[in-house]
Design a protein around this ligand. Structure first.
Ligand code: GLC
Length: 566
């Protein structure tokens, strides 16, 4: 079988609200993206993934969609979209849309109809349930299950007009669609076909391991001190999830060429990912797992732990090995839901920001899988110095603050410390284009404040400097396109017990690559067998002067290449 094109591709993610604002209303838009396509093409990316641009009340910044087949007026029009798509294609890139079909907005016509009456033909398109038996509807504890929602509060919203509750795993403005109902699936597939017929090249599928639920809806286990039970085990990777994705494949993707599909799957295990991505099963091309971005947290996502490098390496090693024979990995540090990696696993101080950003980029991109670059990552953009809760916009951050401070009695300062490190708004501050006011993002007032470091960290400065993070990422992407061992090489983790160095080899058809990244601010010697042989090998890429004996400078990464007998 021919290797699919996306094995050697790199995807660039755009978060449209925060990318570029062409009309000065403070919100990014499609024309802003059109104006900056050369930035992405210049980096060498093969695919652009657009976070949602559909009409939306923006309760969760567009992940609450009120019309799946149009464009949010704040972002532009379908004509703008077609122009954007053509601009992407002209540059030899492909465009992947976000597909958010675990839930719609409560303002989607489907839900408006569903809510209108118990007899509505669309009633069963969502998860409506009566109050818990023997309880007065609408009173505390009468919710059909004890599940908490991801953004705080119960996962059930009471509708006084009909006396029933509807399920929302995310916000109350994001009611879950009922995939058990074949009409729902028909409608989703028709919509997907409509976009593909328009020319888009695939989908990134939002929380797609949530679509099949245990239809008996049992209560979840309540962790000590937690206000709600854990619904996850009853709605993640449910009994029909694979069946639904196979049906989607048959009804939407079969017979179409050159698509890319990636399923976002919080909590997915390696074994399940093998099934989801086995080409023979015809489900999705790859999944996003979360293990490596949860490596610095415990069961409670709002507790901070320092990163243990051995844990991070064990996670990657498990995923690399697990999908080596069957299936395919995606590779990412950042997206619109994660804090900036240079602030998280690197060092964003002026001294080491660029060097550690490059090291992190190289360590990630040299794994086997398809890398994703999130806007601003290629500039080494950092977390934002949030001063108070008033600086945040994200529904998750605001929901957590209210829950922790108002209901759990935690100290506001402690909650802010966590949000500063963890909040999704870190990823969502406007893209830093240049050193003009508002970083060239908008001529108006941005919807979320620009990071004050934009005078130093911006695209114009980075493109002008051959030693910038931007040019390093460009070289990394070029290396993937030129060197088959980067795409196909077998992966072997070295030094798994080392807390300071991340080292591995890739081996393919007579070529072996060695990657070593120093995750500390101190020089560290890499005690690797045949060190002499390696330091005599060809140095493909590094971010600091390389020593002769594999002593890595602070935050240095080296990528060596040598010929080997097969
Ligand atoms: C995904 C999105 C996130 C959103 C959630 C609900 O995790 O990436 O931004 O809040 O799904 O749609």
């Amino acid at each position: 079988m021919d290797n699919p094109w996306w094995h050697s591709a790199v995807v660039y993610q755009i978060y449209p609200r925060s990318f570029a604002d062409a009309d000065g209303d403070g919100m990014g838009d499609l024309r802003g993206i059109i104006d900056h396509l050369d930035h992405i093409a210049g980096l060498g990316a093969d695919v652009v993934w657009l976070s949602p641009v559909y009409p939306s009340p923006q309760d969760d910044n567009g992940y609450d969609i009120s019309d799946y087949q149009d464009i949010e007026p704040v972002f532009g029009t379908l004509a703008d979209f077609d122009e954007l798509l053509a601009g992407v294609h002209e540059r030899g890139m492909r465009l992947v849309m976000d597909l958010v079909v675990n839930h719609s907005s409560d303002e989607h016509q489907w839900f408006v109809e569903s809510r209108s009456s118990k007899d509505s033909p669309k009633r069963d398109w969502y998860w409506w349930r009566p109050a818990r038996e023997g309880m007065e509807p609408g009173t505390p504890g009468a919710e059909p299950t004890n599940w908490g929602s991801v953004f705080g509060g119960s996962a059930w919203e009471y509708d006084p007009a009909s006396g029933e509750y509807f399920l929302h795993i995310f916000s109350r403005k994001q009611p879950d669609l009922n995939w058990e109902n074949p009409e729902v699936r028909d409608a989703v597939y028709a919509m997907m076909n409509w976009w593909l017929d328009r020319g888009v090249d695939g989908f990134r599928m939002d929380v797609i391991d949530h679509i099949s639920k245990d239809t008996t809806l049992p209560d979840g286990v309540v962790r000590p001190g937690a206000p709600y039970g854990e619904g996850g085990p009853h709605y993640l990777n449910g009994p029909r999830n694979h069946e639904f994705l196979q049906e989607m494949h048959r009804r939407v993707f079969a017979g179409r060429d050159a698509l890319l599909t990636v399923g976002e799957m919080p909590g997915v295990t390696v074994d399940e990912a093998v099934l989801y991505t086995d080409p023979a099963r015809k489900e999705v091309d790859m999944v996003f797992n979360f293990d490596h971005v949860w490596a610095d947290r415990g069961a409670d996502p709002w507790l901070l732990y320092p990163l243990r490098l051995t844990r991070l390496k064990a996670i990657f090693a498990r995923w690399q090995a697990g999908l080596a024979e069957t299936g395919w990995n995606s590779l990412y540090w950042n997206n619109h839901d994660q804090p900036r990696v240079v602030s998280r696993y690197g060092d964003d101080s002026p001294q080491w920001r660029e060097r550690s950003a490059k090291m992190l980029g190289a360590v990630l991109h040299l794994h086997r899988g398809t890398p994703y670059v999130y806007q601003g990552e290629e500039l080494g953009m950092t977390n934002y110095p949030f001063g108070s809760i008033a600086d945040f916009r994200d529904i998750e951050a605001l929901g957590h603050y209210a829950q922790a401070v108002d209901h759990e009695g935690r100290q506001p300062a402690d909650v802010l410390t966590v949000l500063r490190a963890r909040s999704r708004d870190n990823a969502r501050t406007p893209m830093q284009w240049d050193d003009s006011p508002q970083a060239g993002f908008t001529t108006g007032t941005p919807w979320l404040a620009v990071n004050p470091n934009y005078k130093d960290i911006n695209a114009v400065a980075a493109v002008a400097d051959q030693e910038s993070v931007y040019h390093f990422y460009r070289r990394l992407i070029a290396l993937r396109h030129e060197e088959p061992a980067v795409v196909y090489g077998d992966f072997t983790m070295l030094l798994p017990q080392d807390e300071r160095l991340y080292a591995y080899t890739r081996r393919f058809e007579g070529v072996e690559l060695l990657v070593i990244g120093n995750f500390t601010g101190e020089p560290v010697r890499a005690d690797i067998d045949e060190a002499g042989a390696w330091s005599a090998a060809e140095l493909l890429l590094t971010n600091a002067p390389a020593s002769a004996d594999l002593v890595l400078e602070p935050w240095q990464v080296v990528i060596y290449r040598r010929g080997v007998t097969r």
